[in-house]
Ligand binder design. Sequence first.
Ligand SMILES: Nc1ncnc2c1ncn2[C@@H]1O[C@H](COP(=O)(O)OP(=O)(O)OP(=O)(O)O)[C@@H](O)[C@H]1O
Ligand SMILES: [Mg+2]
Length: 346
Amino acid sequence: MSEEKERTGFGMPRPSRSAESKPQKKADSENEPNSDAKADSDEPDSDTLADDDELDLASEFEKSGVEEVLKSLDTELVGLAPVKQRIREISALLLVDNARRKFGLSTSRPNLHMSFTGSPGTGKTTVALQMSELLHRLGYLRRGHLIAVTRDDLVGQYVGHTAPKTKDVLKKAMGGVLFIDEAYYLYRAENERDYGQESIEILLQVMENQREDIVVILAGYKDRMDSFFASNPGMSSRVAHHIDFPDFSVEELEEIGHLMVDKEGYAFAPETEKVFAQYVRRRKEQPRFANARSIRNAIERARLRHANRVLESSSPTTRDQLMRLEPEDFLGSRVFEETDSQPEHS
Ligand SMILES: Nc1ncnc2c1ncn2[C@@H]1O[C@H](COP(=O)(O)OP(=O)(O)OP(=O)(O)O)[C@@H](O)[C@H]1O
Ligand SMILES: [Mg+2]
């Protein structure tokens, strides 16, 4: 079982911010209700706008830097139209919420806990990272980092281990997003005294009392998450946004491949296009297919074959050769073997 891991970054752009693991300004007080209530108080502050003032929302939008993140979501992520739409809606809500506050309109902080459901490799972790960035830019998260955990990071093996473990993770996540992958493993219906329940109870309490300072995103397969929510109505009612990540179509997977190749500074030779399209169709039908992740793995394997090929070639190497992926770089994959083998990563 894995140790607790704190993952931040994931190679995604984190524009103009170096917040990562700086110590927090004040001591964390993970179970103290309403700690750090910061800008969310309803009291009008000195620069509250007058009733007949006007606010240029478009320029507020621009100033917040949110558009930048939304644009990068649009250009860097293929497909996922309903996901992108929901994220735009949430951003609009928060921006309008900020504007209302400027006019002294009392407004309670919207509930921002979410569930991201979908098959492996559909972009849940990637989008969660962008979400933490957005919420930070909109002023809803003071740090905007993301801590990704699974059951093992939250639940102990012995009596008395779970509470400190869960509280420790929560403490690290304060001011940012706590991303709980495969959240349904926290709950084991067959075992009433499973320690997972203790962790769930602490999470529920913090999700309610400290929602000023933490956003919890629960992720996993849709059907399992649905039954998790059915067995844990308290959890379900605290999650405001249920976002479903659809599987990618073959065309989208191809486009994702092109995007990745381009981003890595490689290019397909013209004949490679067709071979790659065949690769995608075959791989999609095979076991352990993981959407965009399988595509990333395929490209990494192609890069290995390419490197081998270039190194073995006797002629001097050109820039073009260093960039160009040839059909054989994909045809070498087990995906093209006739026998029904079980590919691991390519
Ligand atoms: N829509 C997309 N367009 C381009 N690349 C994508 C897209 N979705 C995911 N990727 C890429 O695919 C890889 C896997 O994505 P990610 O880790 O976000 O998936 P996930 O849903 O969290 O998977 P898992 O459920 O297995 O944790 C990453 O390298 C990511 O950059
Ligand atoms: Mg993930």
